[in-house]
Design a protein around this ligand. Structure first.
Ligand code: GRF
Length: 206
């Protein structure tokens, strides 16, 4: 049983989508820990209701990224975490944590990377930029986390037709439906298949 930590800063609907697939037995894993930087995150309420261990670790409480990373690493070690899922986590992951989880940490991004990614491109900022650009297709990307924003090797992408969407909010809602399908799928693949990375390409074996 793979032990997973989810990092979430907000309402946590992606966290819940993964949790549900684990509960139904579709993913053979355990969410052993929820970490949030935000004491008011909805994700924390869900964890409390479902008796999932949780920690609030705020970067502002540490003097450096290194010390913030050390605090995260000690919680991850305490719960024997093998895999990290960033599900709407809005803080930069410190380099020492990235190094400790090579190809064992994934993020969901609500656009087709490398378009509409990078610093400041999260949540509604992404959907507003997509809307303003007038593109007809957006989508989701699940990628490994490296030391920059949204640049790690891509595991899965799914396109979403947004040609009929009349607002960024409508795009967000359409894309979120796909996030809830594809983030759990990526977790399942990581737990069940042999995954290798050649340069930027992610390959799934048996
Ligand atoms: C999602 O759109 C996710 O792609 C992005 O932040 C949002 C989080 O939503 N990174 P939720 O907290 O999972 O409901």
């Amino acid at each position: 049983m793979r032990k997973i930590a989810v990092f979430a800063s907000g309402r946590g609907s992606n966290f819940q989508a993964v949790y549900k697939k684990i509960e139904t037995g579709e993913i053979k894993a355990e969410i052993s820990l929820l970490i949030s930087n935000n004491p008011n995150a909805g994700a924390l309420d869900f964890a409390r209701k479902n008796i999932i261990p949780l920690k609030v670790v705020r970067p502002a409480d540490f003097e450096s990224a290194l010390l913030f990373g050390n605090a995260l690493l000690s919680s991850l070690k305490e719960y024997d975490i093998e895999l990290i899922i960033l599900a709407g986590y809005l803080k930069m992951i410190p380099p020492n944590v990235v190094k400790a989880f090579p190809h064992r940490m994934i993020n969901i991004h609500p656009s087709l990377l490398p378009s509409f990614g990078g610093k400041g491109m999260y949540g509604m900022n992404v959907h507003r930029a997509v809307f303003e650009a007038g593109v007809k297709v957006s989508g989701i990307t699940v990628h490994f986390v490296d030391e920059k924003y949204d640049t790690g090797p891509i595991l899965l992408q799914q396109a979403v037709d947004i040609s009929n969407c009349i607002s960024p909010e409508e795009i967000a809602a359409r894309v979120l439906e796909e996030e809830h399908q594809y983030l759990p799928l990526a977790v399942k693949l990581l737990c069940e298949r042999h995954v290798s990375v050649e340069k930027k390409r992610v390959l799934f074996g048996d």
